[in-house]
Ligand binder design. Sequence first.
Ligand code: SF4
Ligand code: SF4
Length: 94
Amino acid sequence: MAEKAEAGTKPGKAPEEGAEKPLIRIYPEWCKGCGICVAFCPKQVLEMGEDQKAHVAHPERCIRCFLCARRCPDFAIALTDEEGRAVKKEGDDQ
Ligand code: SF4
Ligand code: SF4
């Protein structure tokens, strides 16, 4: 019997696939369109737009692994808290 998980129905759920808030911020003025974040994202959350900038296409898939933020050479993408402040992965000094 496969259980069906519906996004947004379990408020106490840990941040994982199906998290309600995207909390990913891309700074388009810094994004040079290299596509590294898109390539590294394991959940295909990010896509390149026609403007040659990264965009958050599927925020509900984000597992907050921080790979995008760590790999972006221009610090143009960050994970944020609910108030929009950039956060780092636990244990990251920089
Ligand atoms: S934190 Fe991980 S899953 Fe979320 S957008 Fe970045 S690379 Fe993708
Ligand atoms: S890795 Fe950074 S500079 Fe490259 S596309 Fe993603 S956000 Fe833009």
